[in-house]
Ligand binder design. Structure first.
Ligand SMILES: [Zn+2]
Length: 155
């Protein structure tokens, strides 16, 4: 990658969008308790792009903001992808729940926490060092992959 990957912070309206950006591997903060002033401050301090549905927020100074136009999450994602030329090179490397980078974990370690069927059919597991969530290439993964590739084929 030529430039550092863009990092984001999203307003309270954009929780689902945040999860998609994390699934793509982009560092994206979200907390439903963030208020406007805190959002703006966080975006400035950490040099993040503020994603918002709120026109008021786009008027603040010294802030890199993208006003999100649509209510539908797929349109929102498409808008962000095209605005910042995002790619899926780092897809599925970040925790969708808490934004931490995932680490590879061995089957021995996951054996106690995933259902036997999953253990039998999956070989690669990743885990979140922050919240403990375990990821594998299950149906959810396949579904997201499909949505992402459909989105790229549309262009
Ligand atoms: Zn996590």
């Amino acid at each position: 990658m030529e430039n550092a990957a863009p990092r984001f912070v999203a307003d309270v309206m954009l929780g689902r969008l945040t999860r998609w950006l994390r699934a793509l591997g982009y560092d994206s903060l979200y907390d439903s308790a963030y208020e406007d002033a805190a959002l703006a401050e966080l975006a400035r301090r950490e040099n993040r792009i503020l994603l918002t549905r709120d026109v008021e927020l786009t008027r603040r100074k010294n802030l890199h903001v993208l006003l999100i136009h649509d209510d539908k999450v797929q349109s929102q994602l498409r808008q962000v992808i095209s605005a910042f030329e995002l790619n899926d090179v780092s897809a599925f490397t970040r925790c969708i729940e808490c934004n931490a980078e995932l680490v590879t974990i061995s089957r021995d370690i996951v054996a106690v926490s995933v259902p036997p069927y999953i253990l039998k059919t999956q070989t690669n597991f990743r885990g979140c060092p922050q919240c403990g969530k375990i990821y594998w290439r299950g149906t959810h993964w396949v579904r997201m992959r499909r949505v992402l590739s459909e989105m790229q084929n549309d262009e």
